[in-house]
Each structure stands twice: as C-alpha cells, then as structure tokens.
Design a protein around this ligand. Sequence first.
Ligand code: SF4
Ligand code: SF4
Length: 224
Amino acid sequence: MIVGNRKPLDEILQMVKPYKKILLLGCRECITVCAAGGEREVSVLASELKMSRMKDGQDIEIKEFTLERQCDFEYIDQIKPFVDEYEAIVSMACGAGIQYTSERFPKKIVLPAINTTFLGVALEYGVWSERCQGCGDCILHLTGGICPVARCAKSLFNGPCGGSSNGKCEVNKEADCAWQLIVDRLKSLGQLDKYEEVILEKDWSTSRDGGPRKRIREDLRMQK
Ligand code: SF4
Ligand code: SF4
C-alpha cells in the first residue's frame, strides 16, 4: 500500500488561510488503511480546522467528502456537480491522488494535507514499513524476496557495503542490514549460489526516470 502521514495542523492552517469555503477530500484506499486520509481523518481534520479558525474569530465552511479512490477518473469526477461551490480543495489522498484531483480540475486550487512517504506493508496494528520503491525492474527472485533498493540505506545492488555490525545497518543502527537479511534468507532457501551472481546496474532511464512512467493495457482500452 501507499503510506503517508497527515501534515501538521499549523501547516494546513497556513495553506487554507486565504479561504473561507473548502472541500476536504479523503480517499478510501491505501490512505484510509494507513489511517491518514480516510473518512475518519477527514472528519477529525475538519473539526480541528473549524476550532482553530473559531479561536481566531474567523469562519470556515468545510464540506467533507471521501471518494472511493482519488487516483481514478471514474471516482474523482463525482465531485464535479459541487466542486465550484468551494474556493479550494484540501486533498487527503496520496501524492498521486492530490495531483490527479488537480489535473481533473485545473482551475481549482488543490492543497495537499498528506505527506506521502512510501510503498509498504503493515507490520502490526499502527506500524508500517517500506518495502518497494517502484523501480520498474524487480530483482526479488535474486535477493531472496528482500528488496535492496528500498531496504538497504544505500540501495546497493551488490552488498553488503562492509559497514554492517551485528546484522544492523551502519547508516541506521535501528534497522536490519538488508544485505544481511538477503544472505540469511538465501541461505535458508538453499539458494546461496544466487548471491554469487553480480546484479548489473539498471538502466533507470527506461525503468525509472525520464518522466512519468505509464502502464497501458490495450485490451482494456479497447473495451471502452
Ligand atoms: S526491486 Fe524494484 S520493483 Fe522489486 S521490490 Fe525493489 S523497488 Fe520494488
Ligand atoms: S549496512 Fe547493510 S543496509 Fe546498511 S548501507 Fe550497508 S549494506 Fe546497506
């Protein structure tokens, strides 16, 4: 899932300072699961904004609305009938959802209420951890299912760097050394021979950089 954190209230208050009527827009997908921008968080932020503005003797009208997904035109267009009633949209989606809202409504001010952080997993209730950086050229079959791009502090393709100590990373002593984890996993899978394979550098110009990447399924496009 995409994991994010809500921005501090003061930062959001600063952004909405010029506006008296805002649409506060949540998303029911990843950002709900990581408890940052779903219906409940929309309601909490709306109350906090109203109380803060009231303390300053200023009004604010807030419409709370949570879409199924903010990154999908089928859902984002649901706000079309009433979006013009509001001076600005405060989006509680991930960075993709915030940008897409802005693209679909180019004349509308769209403000981010979420700091999007990583693609990750829920380790336990209330704890999420990064697992993937969407590099576009997955090598998990070579690394025992552990991603060195996301989990090694130096994103080394051929590690370890030599600085780990007692299985911990030299950059962050709290974190396990990703390459120690990879070697241990390969050993337990009886695949240590894979560790001998040198993983070649990636051509990020095609798999990662060079503008926004796209995925196109012609069969689905033809069903339109
Ligand atoms: S190798 Fe790339 S695609 Fe695979 S998990 Fe790591 S960052 Fe994600
Ligand atoms: S100690 Fe391990 S995880 Fe940390 S930077 Fe070196 S190889 Fe990567």
